[in-house]
Design a protein around this ligand. Structure first.
Ligand code: PRP
Ligand code: MG
Length: 212
């Protein structure tokens, strides 16, 4: 039997809510979070637990058919990937922040500054539009520590509750984009699996309506 292959975040903020929405859709997954792959008992679906940043490439290659992923990751790494549904959870911003002690006037202040980030494309595009050119330091995690250790003048990262900024004595000065979890679709999805996608979307839409 053909199964639809869905990627979800292996661990982190999206993982739990992604499994929850599948569950609310009546899809039970035999877990296994230690296993990187699981199957559903009652829907033709295979679940792959993957790293967030790898998911756009898996979709592009057609190794998975669909994914639950943050829109921010698609904007950074998968602008060619189609979004089938916005899912209404894991809302966050991608923002620029500077040390609290710094007096901030405008985005022009970033000219020539060192910015630590895991979102180089997003920052570059944003600053380019404003005619600003900065020096990016790409790091994969714990970005907010960079100004404190002298690695950068500013950071660009996800802001959700704001507590990581607060704890690191930073202040948000530019919101570059807002994001939420979405259902993304591989450009290579087969016709047979598109039918399964439609069945899933039908269920997701009623779950989202009920959540309102
Ligand atoms: C994420 C993100 C921010 C923080 C934002 O980091 O990179 O640092 O959460 O959330 P908040 O506004 O609610 O504090 P995460 O904890 O996933 O760790 P990492 O950056 O080291 O991957
Ligand atoms: Mg972080």
């Amino acid at each position: 039997m053909t199964k639809i292959r869905i990627a979800i975040q292996k661990s982190g903020r999206l993982n739990e809510d992604s499994l929850k929405i599948l569950k609310d859709c009546g899809i039970s997954i035999d877990n296994g979070k230690d296993q990187l792959k699981a199957s559903s008992r009652n829907f033709p679906m295979e679940v792959f637990y993957l790293r967030n940043g790898d998911i756009p490439q898996y979709l592009r290659d057609g190794v998975v058919d669909i994914a639950i992923i943050g829109e921010n990751v698609l904007i950074e790494k998968g602008e060619d990937i189609l979004i089938a549904e916005k899912l209404g959870f894991s809302k966050c911003k991608v923002s620029l922040a500077v040390p609290k002690s710094v007096k901030y006037n405008s985005v022009q202040d970033f000219e020539g500054k060192r910015i630590a980030t895991s979102y180089p494309n997003t920052v570059t595009n944003y600053l380019e539009q404003k005619g600003v050119s900065a020096d990016l330091h790409i790091i994969n995690g714990s970005v907010e520590i960079a100004p404190n250790i002298g690695l950068a003048d500013a950071i660009c990262d996800i802001v959700s509750s704001g507590s990581t900024l607060f704890k690191n004595n930073l202040k948000e000065v530019e919101v570059m984009l807002t994001s939420e979890a979405v259902l993304a679709v591989s450009p290579k999805i087969s016709d047979e699996r598109t039918v399964l996608l439609q069945q899933l979307q039908f269920r997701i839409q009623s779950v989202l309506r009920a959540r309102k």
